[in-house]
Design a protein around this ligand. Structure first.
Ligand SMILES: Cc1ncc(COP(=O)(O)O)c(C=O)c1O
Length: 394
């Protein structure tokens, strides 16, 4: 069952681990707290399950494996529901506050008296699917127009899910970077507000809000754990998820914070390239990975600032592990619970299994029988036909 992982070609690089304060200075506990107070008050809020994969842990000879399953998050299918939606609230709050001349509290921005203002405040973003769905959902609840730019490879099922929240979906020829370029050009021409999950020089406030929203996951995890995990395997696209989780863990657990291992597709290794170069580095995408949410050529600037200081190890995994890992969750080892998860959710899991079963790697990432491993299962099934194909295969 695990033989694909034992023999897979996996790259590994040590992190630069610069000493510093980025896990507090780039995004601080007040940012996380404000997001948590707002998001946990939304209708339909419920913590997502932290699932113990005890039999997998035994097979891997580690102490335990905890999998935070984000599939049920707000009925939107992924952890992204926490980020883009909250960032839309913050855009409206900022713009309203400028117009009113005082800081309008988040609790008041959806008041009837501001509805006309909201209907004139358009938010836009490029997306592979999950972020766009989250933004469209947030914008719809506030009555803000929303335009989502998707690239040629985004599944129509994901586009439909975005439209179902009232957003206009614009399909752009080319890859994610082409859709981002179009978003930036049209936003600048029309005075629309970009709500991106990635940051670049001069554009950091909104991506920080997105990351602050992700902190809700870590808060929920911390409530359930009696002691800190020793390892966290985090899949990454632009690195926002990984940086938010890393910073929130560091702020909570301090020196006991887990060792952070980043896992990327070998088709989209921009964080590993940055680790090797010792600075933020673009790694162009030549072929799209099945892990659509991780198909990013350029790290988020503020995410990289945190990751450069906190990450011990960077790994890349091949495409051949995606279907086996999705299948392993759907048809698990012995008594572990079965979970329906998407392709981007399993990179951390696949990285863990490779690290635990390949002897050279096991030592490099310091896994042993006492290791307590945390995984973020970042999405449920967002492309049903792909899931059916993967789980039908032998
Ligand atoms: C399901 C899923 N997991 C992980 C990620 C990676 O997040 P980030 O781009 O912040 O690294 C994404 C991004 O879209 C995603 O959709």
């Amino acid at each position: 069952m695990l033989s694909n992982f034992e023999t897979a070609t996996v790259a590994h690089t040590k992190g630069p681990r610069l000493s510093g304060q980025a896990a507090e200075s780039v995004i601080n506990s007040k940012d996380f707290d404000a997001a948590r107070v707002e998001i946990t008050a939304w209708p339909g809020y419920a913590p997502t399950p932290l699932v113990e994969l005890g039999n997998l842990a035994a097979k891997l000879s580690v102490g335990n494996v905890q999998y935070k399953h984000e599939g049920p998050r707000f009925g939107l299918g992924s952890f992204k529901a926490l980020g883009g939606s909250y960032a839309a609230f913050r855009v409206l709050q900022r713009e309203l506050s400028k117009a009113q001349g005082y800081t309008v509290p988040l609790a008041e921005i959806s008041d009837e008296k501001f509805s006309d203002f909201a209907s004139r405040t358009t938010v836009v973003s490029a997306t592979d699917g999950n972020h766009g769905r989250a933004l469209a959902w947030g914008a719809q609840r506030l009555g803000m127009p929303c335009r989502i730019y998707i690239h040629a490879e985004v599944a129509e099922e994901r586009a439909e899910a975005i439209r179902s929240f009232g957003a206009e979906v614009i399909r752009v020829d080319g890859d994610y970077d082409a859709s981002l370029a179009m978003t930036r050009a049209e936003a600048a021409a029309n005075n629309w507000f970009i709500v991106s999950d990635t940051s670049w020089p001069g554009y950091t406030d909104t991506p920080r809000d997105v990351m602050a929203g992700y902190g809700v996951m870590v808060h929920e995890i911390n409530q359930e754990l009696e002691c800190a995990p020793t390892h966290v395997f985090l899949q990454a696209g632009v690195g926002g998820l990984a940086a938010a989780v890393t910073a929130a863990l560091r702020q909570h657990w301090g020196a006991d914070s887990p060792r952070v291992i980043i896992v990327e597709p070998d088709l989209a290794p921009c964080l590993m390239a940055s680790a090797k170069a010792g600075k933020l580095t673009v790694a162009p995408i030549f072929n799209e990975t099945l892990m659509a949410g991780l198909s990013c050529g350029e790290p988020s600037q503020i995410a990289w600032e945190i990751l450069a200081e906190e990450v011990s190890d960077f790994m890349t995994i091949p495409e051949s592990l995606v279907a086996p890992a999705v299948r392993l969750m759907a048809k698990p080892i012995d008594g572990d619970p079965a979970l329906e998860v998407g392709e981007s959710a399993i990179a951390g899991l696949a990285g863990l299994i490779c690290a635990a079963t390949q002897s050279g790697l096991r030592d490099k990432v310091g896994l042993d029988e006492s290791s307590r491993v945390l995984l973020i299962g970042s999405e449920g099934v967002t492309d049903r036909s792909s899931f059916n194909e993967m789980t039908a295969a032998a």
